[in-house]
Design a protein around this ligand. Structure first.
Ligand code: SIN
Length: 481
């Protein structure tokens, strides 16, 4: 297969490469250089309706494939993605600014969901329930929910698609993916590989648009769509949820976070520095599970700040295609502005910058450490989504837990301690969907990913992931003699 084929500049609907009916397109920009990479269709609500109709028409035949047949299609797709790992990583890097080493990691991570759900397809077991009368038999089966829509974010141009469509396709649901306008090319490239993998027309659809609000409305309000899965901000999640109310659509929302990273005085400080570094600076701080607040106990505060500052100074910024580079640009100028505002607000309220603090060329910003952060600062309440690490101080375990939970978000949290009793106590007390204990990188296809409170609901990946794309049906067989 030609590498060039992976750069697709049309949407993929009903097994066809398609333009917007209006003929409109929009540009995809490389955030590291400002260059235009390609132009893709700027679809409207009616275009998206066509994709929904195609998915709906494909549903019953696809649902009726055996689980083993669906698993084989997913396995083909997984193999093709792994065969084209380098090209996919390169496309991802040039459209998202994610450094090459991380893009390669994301292709593996994203593909792992397809492999996992190819295996899980065959294990969507039901139940036989002991009946309450002699002449009845009670049986529970799980069936595909129907057409599923996925609205995915720019920060993981591949993995957030596969984490949603993997379980949907395994369960027997056709999908419509609305890829982000910042990074549509990776999503289109894997659509091409899905076509080559042999998914029947209408089963896999990808739409591109700058009009997220109209496209979102169609996906939420169209009764043929039975399930919506969204990863993005909490404010947008709330809008989608209210729009889905009209059809009572099944919904999964993976929304914003404000992850605490607690360092207790009994922690292995070097391990904590390493964990905080990898968790804070993954994709330049632009993930929902990135550390947002580092909370450090009094007696180790100064030592941690010193070691962490040194580690941050060692991060290599530069050409995103260089496999050694660890920090790339931010996605757009709004992100740079937000980072600046957070730093300015913290400094005005008494914080001290121990390294970084300045913007660089284009959308690049220096990796920054802010010591002396306090709960009154903007940075304590809002998701930074950038390369800024504020360090807060606490005295007792109770205070750390109170500070960590003092947010409307509840996605990921982390802490470091060598006391096994404390590890259990704190892990149970943190009001979050995910807790990293002496670990800063917790994402894997094997474990349930998702949040509580205003970080949303639903779980992706793991043995739980397919349930969100299936309905439970109870069947009562009567008159059995
Ligand atoms: C996200 O930022 O939404 C996903 C992060 C992950 O899967 O680790």
């Amino acid at each position: 297969m030609e590498t060039n084929n992976l750069i697709r500049t049309e949407a993929y609907v009903n097994g066809q490469w398609t333009k917007a009916a209006s003929g409109k397109t929009f540009d995809v920009i490389n955030p590291a250089t400002g260059e235009v990479i390609a132009a893709v269709p700027d679809m409207n609500r009616e275009d998206v309706r066509q994709a929904i109709n195609a998915a709906d028409a494909a549903w019953l035949a696809y649902r009726d494939l055996t689980a083993k047949e669906r698993a084989a299609l997913l396995r083909n797709w997984f193999n093709l993605i792994m065969e084209h790992k380098e090209e996919l990583a390169r496309i991802m890097t040039i459209e998202s600014g994610k450094v090459m080493a991380e893009s390669l990691g994301e292709v593996n991570y994203g593909a792992s969901f397809i492999e996992w759900f190819a295996e899980e397809a065959k294990r969507a077991y039901g139940d036989v329930i002991p009946a309450h009368t002699k002449d009845r038999r009670l049986v529970v089966i799980k069936q595909s929910v129907g057409v599923a829509a996925a609205i995915t974010p720019w920060n993981f141009p591949l993995a957030m698609i596969t984490r949603k469509v993997g379980p949907a396709l395994a369960a027997g649901s056709p999908v419509i993916v609305k890829v982000p306008s910042e990074t549509p090319l990776t999503g289109l490239a894997i659509s091409y590989l899905a076509e080559k993998a042999g998914f029947p027309p209408g089963v896999y659809n990808t739409v591109t648009s700058t009009d997220s609000s109209e496209v979102g409305k169609e996906l939420c309000e169209n009764p043929k769509v039975r399930k919506l899965s969204f990863t993005g901000s909490t404010p947008v999640g709330k809008i989608l949820m209210s729009q889905c109310a009209s059809t009572l659509k099944k919904l999964s929302l993976e929304l914003g976070g404000n992850a605490p990273f607690i360092v207790f005085d009994d922690a292995d400080l070097d391990a904590a520095v390493k964990g905080a570094l990898v968790s804070k600076f993954r994709h330049n701080g632009q993930t929902c599970v990135c550390v947002n607040r580092i909370l450090v106990q009094d007696s180790v505060y100064d030592a941690f700040v010193e070691k962490f500052t040194q580690a941050v100074q060692g991060l290599k910024t530069g050409n995103v295609l260089d496999p050694e580079v660890q920090v790339g640009p931010l996605i757009h100028d709004r992100a740079v502005k937000k980072v600046k505002e957070h730093i300015q607000d913290a400094v005005t309220k008494g914080a001290k910058i121990t390294t970084g603090g300045e913007s660089m060329e284009g959308l690049f910003f220096q990796p920054t450490v802010v010591a002396g952060a306090t709960p009154e600062m903007l940075i304590a309440r809002e998701e930074v989504f950038g390369p800024v690490a504020p360090i807060f101080r606490f005295s007792t375990e109770e205070e750390a837990i109170q500070m960590a939970n003092d947010t409307e978000y509840g996605l990921a949290s982390y802490f470091y301690s060598r006391d096994v009793n404390r590890c259990w106590r704190v892990a149970e007390a943190l009001e979050y969907g995910m807790v990293g204990i002496n670990e800063g990188l917790i994402s894997t296809e094997l474990a349930p990913f998702g949040g509580i409170k205003e970080s949303g609901f639903g779980r992706e990946g793991s043995k739980y992931g397919m349930d969100y794309f299936m309905e439970i049906k109870y069947m009562c067989f009567g008159g059995v003699s």
